[in-house]
Design a protein around this ligand. Sequence first.
Ligand code: NDP
Ligand code: GDR
Length: 374
Amino acid sequence: MAKKKALITGVTGQDGSYLAEFLLEKGYEVHGVKRRASLFNTQRIDHIYADPHAKSADFHLHYGDLSDTSNLTRLISAIEPDEVYNLGAQSHVAVSFEAPEYTADVDGIGTLRLLEAIRFLGLEKKTRFYQASTSELYGLVQEIPQRETTPFHPRSPYAVAKLYAYWITVNYREAYGMYACNGILFNHESPRRGETFVTRKITRGLANISQGLESCLYMGNIDALRDWGHAKDYVRMQWMMLQQDHPEDFVIATGVQFSVREFILWSAAELGITLAFEGEGTEEIGVVAAIEGEIATSLAVGDVIMRIDQRYYRPAEVETLLGDPTKAREKLGWTPQITAQEMCVEMVAEDLKAARRHALLKQHGLTMPVSLEL
Ligand code: NDP
Ligand code: GDR
């Protein structure tokens, strides 16, 4: 039997890399869209990349961009995929306030370009389509917890663009009978999470501090509440959604909520640091209250290792998100396997390994850029 073919936009991102691994294990021929960049941007997928000259290779990369209609149409025409996973996006909420038009084009119209290419090429009865929708659609929440029927109130240019993408996906399903569906995914993280999202910023920043590579973590609204899951659990669900008899939209979440503040405390504790929060509002600081075990630096009790920086506040914030994954559990038998705390432990361990490598290089006079503007 011929292998199933999948096309993944955003294959170089966190979810794209896990999904590509997952589909290859399932025996798919996987095609990924990568953007041209002036530096290598395939670190997350290098381990599954195979020499394209080897005839057996099941993983193929193509240059492309969600802003380029002819490129997307040509790719879909050449590949004729059984499944398209649209994971590509300008995915950073804070950045979307800086680049709203670009975000609308890529995240909103980019989705239309893919759907329209499938339809234009006459593949609407063959190609199944997954849209990476988001809990950010709920924004200013109208109901707790949020489920498939909860009304949307987006709070950022990112979320507004994703609202268009959500509805155009529903529209192509209703208008043309396409198998097209939305996964409304709540925040999900992993050691592969981009460095500027809050969990990774915390695990990486504190690991660097523990090795003397940085001295302070600057944060925004640490009272924001999120429902955090692990990306590995969530890509499994993306695939499951395309294997049903009928296309439907699903909320994917853990049903448990924590604050950014709690995530900071877990990460610090994992590194042997007890943190105490002092002060209020923009004056709030995180002070080292105790240190256990061996820390490579001269970090001492009383040191301030976290401060609030107004720069990381958003013009409109999503204060709280909590998902209800009942439909996914009952209809698809999906439950998350990894808790937020377990994920935090894994992320800290990976970032600590990297920080130790950097510290070693530094000791030998070799410098690495560790303190980026996050
Ligand atoms: P990442 O930011 O890690 O990955 C985004 C991917 O999109 C990258 O491969 C990026 O390429 C690519 N991309 C960006 N702009 C374009 C463009 N113009 N054309 C083509 N590709 C582009 O995101 P995640 O993996 O975390 O998320 C995957 C999807 O799921 C995104 O659509 C996101 O909005 C959505 N989502 C994510 C959630 C989460 O918590 N992670 C929750 C809900 C939804 P490059 O590597 O070159 O930058
Ligand atoms: P989010 O994720 O905006 O929910 O979008 P992010 O991790 O960026 O923020 C979560 C919460 O933490 C608060 N916060 C900070 N955030 C960042 N990035 N940096 C900080 O210094 C900081 N301090 C506090 C934020 O204000 C926010 O409340 C993610 C993305 O993956 C989207 O693509 C996806 O759709 C949603 O999750 C679900």
